[in-house]
Design a protein around this ligand. Structure first.
Ligand code: AMP
Ligand code: MG
Length: 337
């Protein structure tokens, strides 16, 4: 199949593809999503095939008006109303008990459904011109999420009907996922809406163990996606924790020609190895925005080992930490001062 590259003015053509049961990658404010009609189980099954995604990893349903959620969920509790009012449209996914309309392919057999109302204008126009859309990130399963149309093409060309080129994604990491299907509410995946913002809105929110730590053997993931090794570039990512000086010293003394550093702007001048910076050390939004493109660059340049400076797990930095620790297979090396 030839994958068409569409511009943001070709929404009607993209909507026709969706209505026929096809697959369209669309820009959102988080990452590019691979969209299909959320109520068409056969089209949704094609998403899993195109990505090579395990069938037990459920998808997020995207809406373009709050009223659309009513037929997707069985309950819309007060806390959901508060979160929707404060953070939608935006990078927050809310999990609720699902309605009978949701095909099993979307919820991967669970009794719940994840719903998000994106702020990206192109995504909203596409949903309005078609229907609610099931859309995981538009990458091959296991590789870093795409933040440009080129990233999508690199992974999915020949596997899907079309990609809408909406430029670079603003947030750069996937949405924050919170479940309200159990009490107290639980943060399953950190993203552009922070734990602090969620607690400020609805009070107690528990941080799921799988956000920071690997699952123990035999343990069930509250969010099935968290059990997979995600975001892995081909290079070995080694996460180093410590001050800038210690990071630079360690990396410079481990330079064997196939090595690179994933670092902050302030460290680049002192590094004696090739580097990819993810921005300023205290600008977590910039780091989130640049992380996945940096991991893809590491692949393009064929580095074998990438030493990454461990981000601080606070604010949006928690999302950066969560993604990078998975890319590193949960190993963190503490550096001596
Ligand atoms: P992606 O679509 O690639 O951004 O991944 C969606 C994430 O949301 C994955 O980690 C899923 O496991 C998680 N997710 C989606 N639906 C549910 C659900 N009903 N319950 C728990 N986690 C979910
Ligand atoms: Mg994904």
């Amino acid at each position: 199949m030839e994958t068409k590259l569409l511009s943001v003015s070709q929404i009607d053509e993209a909507a026709e593809i969706i209505k026929r049961g096809g697959l369209v990658a669309m820009p959102t404010e988080t990452v590019y999503g691979l969209a299909a009609d959320a109520l068409n189980g056969r089209a949704v099954a094609d998403i899993f095939r195109a990505k090579g995604r395990p069938m037990d990893n459920p998808l997020i349903v995207h809406i373009s008006e709050l009223s659309q959620i009513k037929c997707l969920v069985r309950e819309f509790p007060e806390k959901a109303r508060i979160l929707a009012e404060r953070f939608w449209p935006g990078p927050l996914t809310i999990i609720l008990p699902k309605s009978e309309l949701i095909p099993d392919e979307v919820s991967a057999g669970l009794d719940t459904v994840a719903v998000r109302f994106p702020s990206n204008e192109t995504a909203r126009k596409l949903i309005s011109a078609s229907c609610p859309l099931a859309a995981p990130s538009a990458n091959l399963s296991g590789s870093p999420s795409p933040t440009t149309a080129k990233h999508v093409m690199d992974d999915m060309s020949g596997r899907i009907d079309a990609v809408i080129d909406g430029g670079e994604c603003a947030v750069g990491v996937e949405s924050t996922v919170i479940t309200l299907a159990s009490e107290p509410p639980r943060l399953l995946r950190p993203g552009g809406i922070t734990l602090e913002q969620l607690r400020d809105a609805i009070g107690e929110v528990v941080l799921d163990d799988a956000v920071m730590n690997p699952l123990k053997s035999g343990e069930q993931a509250a969010s099935p996606g968290m059990k997979y090794k995600h975001y892995s570039p081909k290079a070995d990512i080694i996460l180093l924790k410590g001050k800038s000086e210690a990071f630079v010293r360690y990396v410079n003394s481990h330079n064997d020609g196939k090595t690179a550093a994933l670092c902050y702007d302030s460290e680049t001048e002192k590094l004696e190895v090739p580097f990819i910076s993810i921005g300023k050390e205290d600008d977590y939004s910039e780091q989130a925005n640049r992380l996945f493109a940096a991991l893809r660059t590491a692949d393009d340049r064929d580095f074998q080992v990438v030493y990454a400076h461990c981000p601080k797990p606070e604010g949006i930095g928690l999302a950066v930490y969560n993604r990078i620790i998975r890319a590193a297979g949960f190993e963190v090396k503490e550096l001596e001062e």
